[in-house]
Write a new protein. Structure first.
Length: 465
């Protein structure tokens, strides 16, 4: 993410100090202006940081700073003052300056002071836009697996993460492509930079270029201010392009230029900005077929797919399902502040038997649903939502208790009868949509007995309506 700064100064100050400020190009896209043009520039351009020479401020300093603060999109303000005056410094900070720095500092000290201050502001802005510090993002050790194909994929991804090259991630919807991209970013050399994600399938074709590359005022109807595109926001970090196969052909050519020349040209601008980004793309489409059919540029395909990682669908990772269920059970137990410690064997069998067309994303939703709605500390089959009839088939099959070979007949019989009673009541409650009176009538029982058995088995009629 580039930090765009505007230097307010007179001509003499620009000659004296300009080179000292332009000496940190990796943090600043710097331009300069005089006092007459400053508010016009701030009104029509997006500026992150205004570096204002004290002597060049138009009118009273306090009035100037307060006026800047009243702008629709005010920049941070750093004031360069020639003399250290504690009282004036407090006055400028009170009026709206974010920092006051002595311009009489030696060049190297001034550069390091500006560099540290701008970097701190940059990280704060990244956190506010959601691309900030990456300790929130996963690392590869969070991807628990018992599947050889997934273990091989993780080993390859660890090597790719350190290489800082373009990556193409392919896989069905819901397998966790963005989560995987975040892990690559967080394990790589750009972990302290932003992770900026763009879903190419979610943007109207007419807006794709402006979202990717940004625009200048007047570039099109309604473009009143400068706006940075996702490429510029990802400077010194990672740009994640989800569903890259949906990107129209014309923006594909511009994206190829970004990858090859490391520059971006906003719409309506005659100049280019240097950018340093790593691109990770993902798709659920058959991009090889799209390339052969002319819907995707071959040169961009080869540039993006220096390394291609295929994430297997969950139905090919059956051994991982119990691990994932336990991981998200613990996660949602903490997030929802509920004490849910176990998953019954029947419920786990239903979860393992289900084909998961929505992959991990669907599994996460199912586990959250179960943790949220269970009445006790255990997830049972009845707590699972409708997952294609698998739970329905499983819940009516009473099972032998664990270690039944070591039990006597009375203990086994009591367990099997209890399971059968629960399955019988569940089936009737589903058939009657939770109507206890009708359930009791069909069972030939008193409604109070049905209520008592429902309480014992922790069955809630609301779940069946």
């Amino acid at each position: 993410m580039l930090v765009r700064a505007l230097f307010l100064s007179d001509r003499a100050a620009r000659r004296r100090r300009g080179e000292r400020l332009f000496a940190i190009p990796e943090l600043l896209t710097l331009d300069s202006t005089g006092r007459r043009d400053v508010f016009e520039r701030l009104g029509r351009e997006h500026v992150d940081l205004l570096i204002a020479d004290r002597a060049a401020m138009p009118g009273p300093v306090a009035n100037f700073l307060r006026t800047v603060r009243l702008l629709p999109d005010p920049p941070d303000v750093l004031v360069l003052a020639e003399a250290e005056d504690a009282e004036e410094r407090v006055s400028m900070l009170s009026a709206g300056a974010d920092a006051v720095v002595s311009s009489e500092l030696p060049d190297e000290v001034l550069r390091e002071t500006l560099r540290a201050w701008v970097e701190r502001r940059r990280q704060e802005r990244l956190r506010r836009i959601g691309g900030g510090r990456l300790d929130e993002y996963p690392r590869f050790q969070r991807f628990a697996t018992r599947t050889p194909a997934m273990e091989q994929l993780l080993a390859t991804a660890r090597r790719v993460a350190a290489a800082d090259t373009s990556v193409l991630i392919v896989g069905e919807t819901g397998v966790g492509k963005e989560l995987f991209a975040k892990a690559i970013h967080n394990e790589g050399p750009r972990r302290d930079g932003p992770f900026v994600a763009l879903n190419c399938a979610a943007i109207p074709e007419a807006l794709v270029e402006s979202e990717l590359f940004g625009y200048e005022p007047g570039a099109f109807t309604g473009a009143l201010h400068r706006r940075r595109g996702h490429v510029e926001r990802a400077h010194r970090g990672t740009l994640f392009l989800d569903e890259i196969g949906e990107l129209p052909l014309h923006p594909q050519a511009k994206l190829l230029r970004v990858l090859q020349e490391r520059v971006v040209q906003p719409l309506g601008s005659e100049r280019t900005l240097p950018v340093d980004v790593r691109v990770i793309a993902a798709t659920s489409r058959d991009i090889e077929s799209d390339r052969s059919a002319g819907r995707f540029r071959p040169d961009l395909y080869y540039r993006l797919g220096v390394v291609t990682l295929r994430i297997p669908p969950l139905r090919e990772r059956v051994d991982d399902i119990p691990l994932l269920v336990e991981h998200y059970r613990a996660h949602f137990q903490e997030k929802l502040s509920k004490r849910v410690l176990h998953v019954t064997e029947d419920a786990m069998r239903a979860l393992v038997a289900y084909p998961w067309p929505g992959n991990v994303r669907e599994l996460v939703n199912v586990v959250e649903h179960a943790v949220l709605l269970t009445d006790g500390d255990t997830i049972r089959v009845a707590d699972l939502p409708d997952i294609g009839g698998v739970a329905e088939r499983t819940r009516h099959e009473p099972s032998m208790p664990a270690g039944w070979r070591e039990m006597n007949w009375r203990q086994v019989r009591e367990h099997v009868l209890a399971e059968a009673e629960r399955a019988y009541l569940e089936g009737l409650l589903e058939a009657t949509h939770g109507q206890v009176g009708e359930t009791a009538r069909r069972a030939g029982m008193d409604p109070r007995s049905v209520f008592e058995k429902m309480r014992r088995h922790r069955l809630d009629k609301k779940k069946y309506r």
